[in-house]
Ligand binder design. Structure first.
Ligand SMILES: Cc1cc2nc3c(=O)[nH]c(=O)nc-3n(C[C@H](O)[C@H](O)[C@H](O)COP(=O)(O)OP(=O)(O)OC[C@H]3O[C@@H](n4cnc5c(N)ncnc54)[C@H](O)[C@@H]3O)c2cc1C
Length: 368
């Protein structure tokens, strides 16, 4: 069964970027349809039980899950926002049709014709290929967090973590707190990728962080029983004779994220490859406008960063949608200046060097 609906603005993705975009658009008088494929709004935030870092102006010391709850409460009472959860946007066509597959309360297709769309579909985890990569017990870090923090299931007794970025470090710490032994964290680069404060926490538990090391094999009959690691040379290839076997029942891969670009590509948005932003990314300017006048992007989809930047980008995307609808005011101009200044402030740290380089490359890729 399929039904049709008219919408002013559709926001695809109910993570921090989409929630912030929907709330800002609604405040400016725009009617919003907010769509998320999960049964609950919040995106990655619902797994994040740790306190955020950074400045207090940007939610530092607040747990990710608490940020999600605050945003969700605001959405709940908002008469301008219609929420479709358990609903996947499966296509966006040249005639302006956004096709939705709704799984509940009744399974159906909804054909919707928004006048503008903000895509905030987030990112998916990168995987690594090695012998045994398909054994049960080889997880992505997002799956480990979901099992532990959303469903209360301990994913392993003893685990090897691959990747020492903030995700690898934070998930290792959460595993330790939940009672899993972390045999080691291996990192292929010569230095730890995440914040030292996170690294220190896991080191205090006695977990070795082995830089210039990688996983080369997972072994086991029906599930992971051992992981083989090795040191890598300058060429990032394993050095023969440095292999070590670790007895573990799981391997967790925290080796980066890639933006989920399928829908924006379907829409005709130009998506150059910028490795510093996570791979293929929708081209956008600093107001989150794409090469299509009525399509805007925000959050990890627009380049892998953080929830704090995702929310500011979501707000900027909503302000640009307002401009598209010819809604103008001094307040909007002021908000735009403020959100851009805050993004600049957040990106001032040395941890944002990579993102800043990526954004500069994106400017140079502006479509003619
Ligand atoms: C372990 C870990 C720790 C982190 N710690 C911090 C931290 O301390 N501070 C910080 O600022 N950030 C942190 N982050 C990063 C932060 O979680 C992300 O940057 C942020 O969630 C990105 O927000 P988003 O809205 O762009 O995407 P997401 O949160 O990924 O939300 C996207 C949503 O869109 C939905 N979706 C995708 N495609 C469709 C579709 N076709 N139809 C319908 N719905 C769809 C997804 O299911 C998801 O719900 C952390 C991340 C991880 C994994």
């Amino acid at each position: 069964m399929s039904e049709k609906m008219e919408v002013q603005l559709a926001v695809v993705g109910g993570g921090p970027a989409g929630l912030a975009a929907a709330l800002t658009a609604s405040r400016l008088g725009i009617g919003v349809l907010l769509i998320d494929e999960n049964k609950e709004l919040g995106g990655q935030l619902i797994k994040q039980t740790h306190k955020f870092f950074g400045s207090h102006r940007h939610m530092a010391s607040v747990r990710g899950i608490e940020i999600a709850n605050r945003l969700k409460n605001d959405i709940k009472g908002d008469p301008n926002i219609t929420v479709f959860i358990d609903t996947t946007a499966v296509g966006y066509y040249e005639n302006g049709e956004l096709l939705l597959y709704q799984k509940s309360p009744e399974e159906k297709l909804v054909s919707c014709f928004p006048k503008a769309v903000i895509f905030a579909t987030g990112a998916r985890e990168n995987m690594l290929a090695f012998p045994g990569t398909d054994l049960p017990g080889v997880y992505g870090a997002g799956a480990v967090q979901t099992l532990m923090n959303v469903y209360g299931v301990l994913p392993a007794r003893k685990i090897l973590m691959v990747g020492s970025g903030n995700i690898g470090l934070i998930v290792s710490y959460q595993l330790l707190q939940a009672g899993t032994e972390v045999a080691a964290i291996v990192e292929i680069l010569p230095r730890i990728g995440g914040y030292i404060v996170h690294a220190s926490k896991v080191r205090r538990y006695g977990v070795p962080i082995l830089t210039r090391h990688t996983i080369i094999e997972a072994r086991g009959k029906e599930w992971v029983e051992e992981a083989v690691i090795a040191r890598v040379g300058e060429d990032f290839k394993p050095v023969k004779g440095t292999e070590r076997v670790l007895e573990v029942d799981a391997v967790c891969l925290a080796v980066g994220l890639s933006p989920i670009v399928e829908l924006v590509r379907h829409a005709g948005v130009y998506t150059p490859y910028i490795s510093e932003l996570g791979g293929l990314v929708p081209w956008h300017d600093d107001d989150m406008r794409t090469n299509l006048p009525n399509v805007f992007v925000a959050g990890d989809l627009a380049g892998i960063e953080e929830a704090t930047t995702a929310m500011l980008e979501g707000e900027l995307a909503a302000l640009s949608a307002a401009e598209y609808f010819e809604i103008k005011s001094d307040e909007i101009d002021g908000m735009r200046r403020d959100r851009k200044a805050r993004l600049e402030e957040l990106r001032a740290s040395r941890f944002s060097e990579k993102v800043k380089k990526g954004l500069q490359k994106l400017v140079a890729k502006k479509p003619k």
